[in-house]
Design a protein around this ligand. Structure first.
Ligand code: GLY
Length: 362
């Protein structure tokens, strides 16, 4: 395929990530060569389906590949076992069996749900990811985390199940709402902080082109994020240790998101959580520099929030911190930066410092 490519190295379950403008129109030819399935079920939501569903379907048909669209109502509210049941019934009614495969076309919700459906339908069929949001392109479509929400919490039912390929078309970001694009940029900045100070500098130097969606810069930016993610996942697929660094900003971020009743979008909450963790770092790690001012500066360049809104209830945030599914045996693990490009994981954070950071008093 004529696009930048990266491999997620997982032995016989390794897979390519293709990145660049126009990738959507190349998927049919690649799937034909790959022969993952006899026919393909494209799972997408009501928004993305309208924009790109038929384009992908036609691209597959041109290659002589049989495919059908399955559309669910857009939004996190659909990411549940009921929708999975309905989609599984539709697949069964259309005669999908173990020789067939799925395509996740959409943002994080479509990707997580389709992956889970693929992991469980007929005890597992192949699937590929076609992420259409920046967050999905740089994070959720890579690494095999799949799942749905239950009333007790987000992503509490799921499976690690890797796709066969990830197709990232940077052109699709043109139709992404501005706010969602900015939210995705918080995850992009995360990679600079956790692993790569030169990438952090790249994000500083190229903010104009990145904000204007310049295709060459976008491809380089997404490529670096996927390289870092692929490298981490290859070393620790099931989050036994290293993969936790990808949760930088998410521990406090999830608490902020939940305490706002999800009125603060995920990426914005992660931006706030990254600054909060940067402020905790000098008090919790024995060495390191305080990166909070430099990080705040970059986040603000991209129009991202950096402080916890005063109206959020500190008690509720504390409760959500403890309930986070990344809590292990009642211990809350924090990913804290000791400089730009390096983080450490610790559960030794003083409760008074956590309270201070939640009340914006640090
Ligand atoms: N989004 C974090 C991870 O995939 O591990």
């Amino acid at each position: 395929m004529d696009a930048t490519s990266i491999t997620v190295g997982l032995g016989e379950r390794s897979y390519p990530i293709y990145i660049g403008p126009g990738v959507l129109s190349m998927i049919g030819a690649d799937l034909k060569a790959r022969q993952s399935g006899q026919k393909y079920g494209i799972i997408t939501d009501s928004n993305v389906g309208k924009l790109y569903g038929n384009k992908l379907l036609q691209g597959l048909k041109q290659e002589g590949i049989e495919a059908r669209l399955f559309i669910f109502t857009a939004g996190e509210g659909s990411k549940n076992l009921e929708t999975i049941g309905q989609l599984a019934s539709s697949l069964a009614q259309e005669g999908f069996d173990r020789s067939d495969a799925l395509i996740a076309l959409g943002g994080g919700v479509a990707g997580d749900m389709t992956g889970f459906l693929a992991a469980t339908y007929m005890r597992g069929i192949p699937f590929v990811q076609v992420p259409t949001s920046l967050l999905a392109q740089v994070d959720s479509s890579v690494g095999g985390k799949t799942g749905v929400d239950i009333p007790e919490g987000k992503n509490l039912v799921g499976a690690f199940y890797q796709p066969q390929a990830v197709y990232i078309d940077t052109d699709l970001l043109d139709t992404l709402p501005q706010q969602e694009y900015r939210g995705g940029l918080a995850e992009v900045i995360k990679y600079g902080v956790i692993q790569d100070s030169s990438f952090f500098t790249f994000l500083k130097n190229n903010h104009k082109n990145i904000k204007q969606l310049e295709p060459g810069v976008l491809t380089s930016m997404i490529q670096r994020c996927c390289e870092i993610k692929a490298d981490v996942v290859a070393q620790d697929e099931r989050e036994g240790g290293l993969r936790r660094i990808l949760n930088y900003g998410h521990t406090i971020g999830h608490a902020v998101e939940a305490a706002s009743d999800f009125t603060i979008i995920h990426g914005f909450a992660v931006a706030i959580g990254m600054v909060a963790a940067a402020k905790l770092a000098p008090r919790s790690l024995d060495q390191g520099t305080d990166i909070s001012d430099e990080l705040t500066g970059l986040l603000q360049t991209y129009g991202l929030p950096t402080t916890i809104p005063a109206e959020l209830n500190v008690e509720r945030m504390r409760k959500y911190l403890l309930a986070d599914k990344k809590t292990v045996g009642g211990r809350v693990f924090f990913v804290l930066p000791d400089k730009i490009g390096s983080v450490r994981i610790t559960d030794k954070v003083n409760v008074r410092d956590v309270d201070a950071v939640l009340s914006n008093a640090l």
